[in-house]
Design a protein around this ligand. Structure first.
Ligand SMILES: NC(=O)c1ccc[n+]([C@@H]2O[C@H](COP(=O)([O-])OP(=O)(O)OC[C@H]3O[C@@H](n4cnc5c(N)ncnc54)[C@H](OP(=O)(O)O)[C@@H]3O)[C@@H](O)[C@H]2O)c1
Length: 245
């Protein structure tokens, strides 16, 4: 039996793209999934499709009370939480000189603070039960410098550094909490929809259409990490299209 059956997995950013595909795949493999995002209609449709092993709560990762409510909801519905997949994120990319300061702050609120709020909500249970698994979606933009996407890249570096520091602390503290940071390259999702119309956006869309991976490639990576025996911590996984620099 794979180490996933009956695990309760909270997934933020479950209303589309990577989160949606991961929810379907984990549920097919026996997990119980708790779906979180802001678009309730999309969550409901997905939960209906998955069936009794899925529940959903409209929630915003930028709101700490929403994240606390999400963890309480998961425990009320399924009795416990085993895995947090902190996946919600946005990429309104632009050059620093464009001074799109509101976009910068939104990325900090969602890509950085969203991860922190969801972890702060779930960690009291993981610490008490001396176990659990935190999976976070960084990006290849979290492994190197991406001109034209500086703030996004910075948020994804934060995730990498923060989770690895937390992993090390967990080892030192003996809490046996597993961590996995996923670094996708281009994946065909709704991520680019937030960009205002421009030639550059069209260029990105064409690149993603031609080269982007299906979200199932990332879902497979999450399934692999979750399914490993408890003494195996798959700490970092880079999944990029073959041929992507
Ligand atoms: N696609 C790629 O090429 C790629 C590459 C590297 C990394 N990533 C990362 O992968 C993750 C998932 O993105 P995706 O590619 O699957 O794009 P996506 O289809 O746009 O999905 C993003 C998800 O995040 C949710 N979200 C955004 N803001 C939120 C908020 N404030 N509160 C709760 N949920 C929020 C969205 O739901 P609602 O709008 O309904 O709230 C949606 O479900 C992101 O962290 C992204 O940075 C993507």
């Amino acid at each position: 039996m794979k180490n996933i059956e009956n695990k309760v997995v909270i997934i933020t950013g479950a209303s589309s793209g990577i989160g949606e595909e991961t929810a379907k795949l984990l549920a097919e493999n026996g997990a119980k999934v708790v779906l979180s995002a802001r678009r309730e209609d999309r969550l409901k449709k997905l939960a209906d499709e998955i069936g009794e092993n899925a529940v959903y709560l409209k929630s915003d990762v930028a709101n700490p009370d929403d994240m606390k409510a999400l963890v309480s909801f998961a425990k009320e519905k399924f009795g416990k939480v085993d895995v947090l997949f902190a996946n919600a994120g946005i990429m309104p990319g632009s050059s620093v000189s464009a001074l799109r300061v509101d976009d910068w702050m939104d990325m900090i609120d969602i890509n950085i603070k969203g991860v922190l709020h969801s972890m702060a909500a779930v960690l009291p249970d993981f610490l008490a039960q001396k176990g659990g698994h935190v999976i976070v979606t960084s990006s290849v933009a979290g492994t190197r410098v991406i001109p034209g996407n500086a703030v996004y890249s910075g948020t994804k570096h934060f995730v990498r550094v923060f989770l690895d520091a937390f992993r090390t602390e967990s080892v030192q503290e003996g809490t046996r909490i597993r961590t996995t940071t996923i670094y996708p390259g281009a994946v065909k999702t709704e991520l680019l929809n937030i960009l205002p119309p421009s030639e550059e956006k069209e260029g990105w869309e064409e690149y993603y259409r031609q080269n982007g991976l299906d979200a199932s490639s990332i879902a497979n990576a999450v399934l692999y990490a979750v399914s490993q025996p408890d003494n195996v911590d798959v700490s970092d996984m880079i999944i990029r299209p073959t041929g992507e620099v």
